[in-house]
Design a binder for this molecule. Structure first.
Ligand SMILES: *Cc1c(COP(=O)(O)O)cnc(C)c1O
Length: 398
């Protein structure tokens, strides 16, 4: 991560195809576009590469989560289980539909703990949404079993793990629905954009219509299309899709570079007995976009994080103190600071956030540091960085 480090001629060439004919919209204008359908092409390549029947591009990863939930019929008053450690978008996307985010502890995978998920299920629960944070994944077999037993929808948020696999299947293709982000800091970028992935024909049709005002997309006259249900505008533009297309074709190369850089740093940190690493579920292969490790306690993690900054070791995150990714600092969400009225049902559904403490999540996030793995580093830079990290850690904890 992130794809923005490496873009150039391939992205420019795809983009020029769009600019040359001037059709910036993904639907219609058949006569003007000289056969260029960048969004369609990107969807079809996503389907091939991520081994899924259908990909529906949308305007962002946040939109992808909302569209996925809506496509599965999840809305007002429904409960959706999500992890305490994620990006705020997971919470927002659920709230946007009037549904209720039910936060559940993570374990040493840094994703949903299946045992805690089971305990959180109520008669209102409709979906479980694991978030594959920082390039690795949740135990999808365990979560799939729970979904089957309780008749729930499994929605994977793989915004941070495009290119990772679980039991040889790409993340995002395993649940009933999967969500990707193509925003500027993700593994591959379109500037802004996202995708909903599914093997379910009905969910796909819903996602296709819902993300474009309910248009049924039958025939090539937009004015004559019918609208089976309410929808909104979560469309991606041809400009974004063009960039995303060039980036997707480089995904395998990006993952290979990340793996090489990740391995050098991991091997170096492995020499320190007090450093342990996040657990990757059996059968999982990371995208290597981050290296996540644990220190013995909160103080050592805080000190190491500070020392990394002082030594110029950038892009390492101690999420415990960070207001975008971990519930502890989400005061605006815990206190529901909303511009417009929120239903009493949702307010009541969120009251638990005022009193609950997520001790188990704290236990892991307090001690965790996740370092972004960049694509643009030379091998010499990676080795130097690894040595500096080892020096900082050994100085502070031994
Ligand atoms: C980035 C991200 C999103 C949202 O993606 P946007 O494209 O920025 O809206 C959702 N979930 C996770 C885990 C993310 O990292």
């Amino acid at each position: 991560m992130p794809g923005f480090e490496l873009f150039g001629d391939a992205e420019r060439s795809e983009l020029n195809d769009v600019l040359d004919n001037g059709v910036l919209m993904r639907y219609g204008f058949d006569g003007m576009r000289n056969g260029h359908w960048k969004a369609r092409e990107l969807e079809s390549e996503l389907e091939q590469q991520l081994q899924v029947k259908h990909a529906q591009l949308v305007s962002s990863g946040t939109a992808a989560v909302s569209v996925a939930l809506a496509s599965a019929g999840i809305g007002s008053g429904d409960e959706v289980i999500m992890p305490t450690f994620t990006f705020v978008a997971s919470f927002e996307a659920i709230m946007m539909l009037g549904a209720i985010p039910v936060l559940v502890d993570i374990d040493d995978t840094l994703t949903l703990d299946p045992k805690k998920v089971k305990e959180a299920i109520t008669s209102k629960t409709k979906a479980i949404m694991p978030v594959h944070m920082c390039g690795s994944m949740a135990n999808l077999d365990a979560l799939q079993d729970i979904c089957k037993t309780h008749n729930l929808v499994l929605i994977e948020d793989s915004s941070q793990a495009t290119g990772a696999t679980y039991k040889n299947k790409p993340l995002g293709s395993i649940g009933d629905l999967g969500c990707l982000s193509l925003d500027f800091v993700k593994i591959i970028t379109a500037g802004e954009g996202g995708a909903v992935l599914t093997n379910n024909e009905v969910y796909y049709r819903h996602a296709d219509h819902y993300s474009d005002h309910g248009h049924d997309h039958i025939g090539n006259d937009r004015g004559a299309e019918t609208h089976p249900f309410l929808g909104y505008n979560f469309r991606i533009s041809e400009l974004h899709a063009a960039v995303g297309l060039a980036q997707l074709r480089r995904l395998d190369d990006f993952v290979a570079i990340q793996k090489k850089n990740y391995t050098i740093i991991r091997d170096a940190l492995s020499q320190i007995p007090q450093v342990t690493f996040r657990t990757v579920p059996k059968g999982g292969e990371e995208s290597y976009s981050f290296l996540s490790f644990f220190l013995p306690d909160l103080d050592s993690a805080r000190n190491v994080s500070k020392s990394f900054k002082e030594e110029g070791i950038d892009a390492c995150f101690h999420y415990y103190d960070n207001s975008w990714h971990y519930i502890r600092e989400w005061d605006h969400l815990k206190n529901i600071k909303s511009l417009y009225p929120i239903s009493q049902e949702v307010k009541k559904g969120l009251e638990y956030l005022q009193t609950i403490t997520f001790k188990q999540s704290d236990h892991y996030i307090a001690r965790n540091i996740s370092c972004l793995i960049k694509l643009s580093w030379t091998e010499e830079e990676v080795r130097l960085r690894a040595q500096k990290m080892v020096n900082c850690i050994t100085k502070l904890i031994s």
